[in-house]
Design a protein around this ligand. Structure first.
Ligand SMILES: C=C(O[C@@H]1C=C(C(=O)O)C=C[C@H]1O)C(=O)O
Length: 361
């Protein structure tokens, strides 16, 4: 009688062989795409095509029949595309560091593990690195569902000529973690980034009301610090736990279970439409009554879905404002062109920050 385990493993071996051959055939096609691109675009060739990648991933999810989930299947294809793109040309991605932060996780989620990711200590340094051409793309956080907008990122766009090429949304799970020498019953201090402490405030009030909460520059920094303190714990994510080999004593301690952060991909490239896109603009208005109402009227009139409106003080003078507006649609759509024309007539300044595929993963 044949051993059922043995025959299943033989089937898996055969399938693996076929998958491997097909992945290499795909990689060869990507190499040929690179040759075609270089022949037509020369020195300035842009290898990374976010709109095409978004379409590939959406199709993977649409046709998926399981048992693997859509997200899991898309994640596997994300890595295949990442490896294929690296064959065309490895791309360099600067992210807000240090290593082990959620921004690094977002960079890997968006570009896959074949991208070369470089950590930088501040948001404006990520912008500068990409502007200088030292990195192809940058990844910066822009808003958190619990904590709101990240002003540093919005302000960096005021003086930058970079475009938004994509977005990625990450579910943020915080864990309480300790080092191997920590006395679990004697925790008197908890380190984390200020916004993570805020996102876990109720849980901390309930479980560690007496512990001192210390805000540091990043969650990864918190994870690093506690390695040498026997009475301290840190709140951070999985990447930091792995990087510093910490033990998670309580998992998913964020107060809002759907806590998520949105990150932007910034680069020099304008991205064509992918069929499901968002556009971000920055608008200055003369400070007069009803300014915001006037500004939003064209969106209502043309029935364009606003996804975010944010107000920031302008740097040019007291009590004047710039509005950051995100909406569904792409600057290549005629409806959106009409809205932008109407907005431009009402505004004192309009800057299109980018039109890009809505985050897929
Ligand atoms: C192969 C291409 O280049 C890159 C690799 C892709 C892929 O592996 O599917 C998709 C888009 C580009 O980032 C292409 O433009 O089609």
């Amino acid at each position: 009688m044949s051993d059922p385990l043995q025959s299943l493993r033989e089937r898996i071996d055969t399938l693996d062989q076929q998958i491997q051959a097909l992945i290499n055939e795909r990689a060869q096609c990507a190499q040929e795409v690179a040759q075609v691109k270089t022949a037509s675009e020369g020195e300035q060739t842009v290898f990374y095509r976010p709109e095409r990648e978004a379409q590939v991933l959406r199709r993977v999810m649409e046709r998926n029949t399981g048992p693997l989930s859509n997200e899991e299947m898309a994640r596997l294809f994300r890595e295949i595309m990442s490896a294929c793109l690296a064959l065309e040309r490895p791309i360099k991605v600067a992210f807000l560091g240090p290593e082990g932060t959620f921004t690094q996780e977002a960079a890997l989620k968006h570009f896959g593990h074949s991208a070369v990711c470089v950590s930088l200590p501040a948001i404006d340094e990520v912008f500068r690195e990409v502007e200088a051409g030292a990195a192809d793309y940058g990844v910066v956080p822009v808003e958190n569902s619990t904590e709101g907008v990240i002003n540093h990122t919005l302000d960096s766009f005021i003086d930058s000529g970079l475009h938004i090429c994509g977005e990625v949304v990450l579910r943020i799970h915080h864990h309480l973690m300790i080092g191997e020498n920590t006395r679990r019953d004697k925790i008197s201090r908890i380190y984390s980034h200020a916004s993570s402490l805020a996102q876990c405030r109720k849980w901390l009030d309930a479980h560690y009301p007496q512990a001192e909460r210390v805000a540091v520059n990043s969650n990864a920094e918190a994870a690093r610090l506690i390695k040498s303190e026997w009475h301290s714990a840190a709140i951070a994510g999985d990447m930091a736990a792995d990087l510093y080999q910490l033990q998670k004593v309580a998992e998913k301690i964020e107060d809002c279970p759907d806590n998520s952060t949105r990150f932007l991909i910034i680069g020099n490239q304008e991205v064509p439409a992918s069929q499901d896109d968002k556009t971000s603009i920055m608008v200055s208005m003369r400070n007069q009554p009803g300014a915001l109402h006037d500004l939003l009227e064209p969106f209502r009139q043309h029935q364009v879905d606003l996804t975010r409106v944010e107000t920031r003080p302008s740097r040019s003078g007291a009590w004047s404002y710039v509005f950051f507006i995100d909406f569904r649609g792409h600057t290549q759509d005629s409806k959106i062109q009409q809205v932008l024309q109407d907005v431009a007539e009402r505004a004192s300044d309009l800057k299109i920050l980018g039109a890009y595929p809505k985050g897929v993963l």
